[in-house]
Structure formats: structure tokens, C-alpha cells
Design a binder for this molecule. Structure first.
Ligand code: NDP
Length: 321
């Protein structure tokens, strides 16, 4: 089968298309033919060395496709999606059956692959990490990004007020279309002052910060007393250690650094969160924006594009589709 492999960490060119042996199923695993694999920032961290990787490996944690060997656990032909299984940039994937969610008829494998990881992340961020409520004001960085657009839509569904930050006017338009009440171009405007002006100098209830190094201090300064900083990514670089007294001095702030894996660690949580986003997709609460679909062999280009800050919404690899 064809797969993208990583033999060393580095720039996007280290992603190589190879012809390799089909995976061998272990107990409890099924074989899936991958239609689409999702591109995520975590794949970039794994590739560029920001996160450790055991090499060689096949990157990619999410996708959707069809069961071709159910191993007595799932019928062949079942359309499925997943979001926490390494090895998804490949034509076939061996995956424990419990990590799969069967797709409802109304959801294509393309839309499922586009939604799984980023929409479930957005779901847990505003229903577990900080339970957003009507009347809350939330600050969402990278508001036109894959997670940012979905998070904004869920927060608006909960009747929260959303202030987003983006780097370009085109991204501002997209963020607004997703429901953001105010969009700050953080390349031109100091977002802390803008947030204070929009909140009668109070600050926001919660900041969802995936940018990390370049924003985390200003994110803390944007919070009201007892506000929550949900730091969930580091697109601009890793955040250094934070002195707990800083949280105290800035208003008894709450800080959390969640990761998706802990929120889908068992079949019950995975199915609950997956079905929740499927319902939101069916009801039109979530509207997906697929930026670009690349052929498998262009995985390196997809990574370069995501890192360039030029993309919006979701990037996918078309694998067997
Ligand atoms: P995005 O589509 O949001 O792309 C990243 C965006 O970050 C860019 O478009 C850019 O938006 C912004 N950004 C700001 N500074 C930089 C920089 N120096 N370099 C690159 N980008 C920058 O990506 P995803 O939706 O895939 O992921 C968003 C974040 O969420 C990532 O940090 C990822 O790690 C995190 N994440 C965390 C999860 C978790 O469970 N903790 C799960 C899933 C994702 P702009 O130009 O508008 O600033």
C-alpha cells in the first residue's frame, strides 16, 4: 500500500511517499481503507520535532473510510471515522475497533474526516475545559483556523459573546461569518486594549489560546478576575513555565492545558463526543469549511501551507477516495 512515512524530523520535505507492506491485524483491531485523512497542527509538531516521535512512523491521527476486514467485530463495508490513531496518512489502517465511530447516513467520509478531531476538540474546550454559558464573553485566537471556526460556532450556539483574533482581513471576514461578534486584527491592533474597550475594562471570562508563546501573556492580561485561560496549542512556539503567583496577582486566574487524548480515552467518552458533533452537523449548528483537499503524495505541501498561516478551516488528504 502507499503511505507517507517520516524517517527523520524536520521541514515538510521529510514526509515521503513510500510503498510499504499492508498492516497486520492484532487482537481487537479492524482494517480500514482510508478515504480521507485530516491534517492537524499536531502532525506538524510531530514532523518538526516540537513533539517527540518514534521513527520511522506514518503520521496522521484522524480520518474516515470503510471497514474492509472487520475481524469478527465490525461488519465489512461499515463507514467509519476516527480521531486518535497514528498512521492515518496511509491507504489502509489497522485500528482497535473501539476507536471507531460509525457514520450516520447523512455524513460523507469527506465531511467526517474534516470534522472529527477539530470539532471534538472545540466541543471539549467549551463543554469540559471551561463550560461556556450564555452571557460569557470568550476570546478565541486564530479565529479563522480549523479549530477556531468551529469553536466560534459552538460558543455562539451557547449564546456566548465571541471576540476573535486573526492576522488578515480575509480571515476576519471568515471569522465574522462563523459568528464572531468582534474580530481583532492582532497584527495591527493590541488585542488586550481592544478587549478591555469592548468589556468596560472588565476583561473576558475565558481565553481559548492555541497560539501559545506569542500570545499567552497578553491572553492572561485580557481576563477578568477569576477568568480562565484555556491554553490548548502552541502554533507560535512552546510556552515557558508559569509561576503560580502570576495567576494569583492577575486576579486568581484559572489555567488549564488540556489535550484531546484525555477526553476520548475510552469508548464511552469518544462515542459521546463524536455523536454530539454529528448532531451539531446535522442540525447545521456546525458548518464545515474545507480549505483544500490534497492528494496523499502532496502531504508535504499541505504541511507547508498550514505552517505558512495562509490557510483557513480544514486541510485534508484524499487517500483512497
Ligand atoms: P489552524 O488552522 O488554527 O492554524 C494555525 C493558526 O494559528 C494559523 O492559521 C494562524 O492564524 C495562527 N498562528 C499564530 N501565530 C502563528 C505562528 N507563529 N505560526 C503559525 N500559525 C500561527 O490550526 P488547527 O486548527 O489545526 O490547530 C489550531 C491549534 O489548536 C494548534 O495550535 C493545535 O496544536 C491546537 N490543537 C490542540 C488540541 C488539543 O487537544 N490540545 C487538538 C487540536 C488542535 P492567524 O494567522 O489568524 O494568527
Amino acid at each position: 500500500m502507499q503511505a507517507i512515512q517520516l524517517f527523520s524530523q524536520g521541514s515538510p520535505e521529510v514526509l515521503e511517499l513510500k510503498e510499504i507492506a499492508m498492516p497486520v491485524l492484532k487482537h481487537g483491531e479492524v482494517l480500514v481503507q482510508v478515504d480521507y485523512a485530516g491534517i492537524n497542527y499536531a502532525d506538524v509538531y510531530q514532523r518538526n520535532g516540537q513533539n517527540p516521535a518514534s521513527l520511522p512512523c506514518i503520521p496522521g491521527a484522524e480520518g474516515a473510510g470503510t471497514v474492509v476486514e472487520g475481524n469478527g467485530v465490525l461488519p465489512s463495508g461499515t463507514r467509519v471515522a476516527w480521531l486518535s490513531q497514528p498512521g492515518s496518512y496511509a491507504e489502509y489502517l489497522a485500528i482497535p475497533a473501539w476507536k471507531l465511530i460509525a457514520l450516520p447516513e447523512y455524513l460523507s467520509t469527506c465531511n467526517a474526516a474534516a470534522a472529527m478531531l477539530q470539532a471534538v476538540t472545540a466541543q471539549y474546550l467549551c463543554e469540559t475545559s471551561y463550560r461556556a454559558q450564555a452571557g460569557d464573553t470568550a476570546l478565541v485566537h486564530a479565529g479563522a483556523g480549523g479549530v477556531g471556526l468551529l469553536l466560534t460556532q459552538i460558543l455562539k450556539h451557547k449564546a456566548a459573546r465571541v471576540i476573535s483574533t486573526v492576522s488578515t482581513a480575509e480571515k476576519a471576514r471568515l471569522s465574522q461569518a462563523a459568528g464572531a461578534d468582534h474580530v481583532v486584527l492582532y497584527t495591527e491592533t493590541d488585542f488586550v486594549s481592544a478587549v478591555k474597550d469592548m468589556t468596560q475594562q472588565q476583561g473576558v471570562h475565558v481565553v481559548y489560546d492555541s497560539v501559545g508563546l506569542h500570545t499567552y501573556l497578553a491572553s492572561m492580561a485580557s481576563l477578568r478576575p477569576l477568568g480562565s485561560l484555556v491554553l490548548f496549542g502552541q502554533s507560535s512556539g512552546n510556552v515557558p513555565p508559569i509561576d503560580p503567583m502570576q495567576l494569583c496577582r492577575q486576579g486568581s486566574l484559572f489555567l488549564t492545558r488540556p489535550t484531546l487524548a484525555h477526553h476520548v480515552a475510552d469508548a464511552g467518552s469518544l462515542q459521546y463526543r463524536g455523536l454530539r458533533i454529528f448532531t451539531w452537523l446535522r442540525e447545521g449548528i456546525l458548518d464545515l469549511r474545507i480549505n483544500q483537499i490534497y492528494p496523499l503524495e502532496q502531504a508535504a505541501q499541505a504541511h507547508a501551507d498550514l505552517e505558512s498561516r495562509q490557510t483557513t478551516g480544514k486541510l485534508l488528504l484524499a487517500v483512497s477516495a
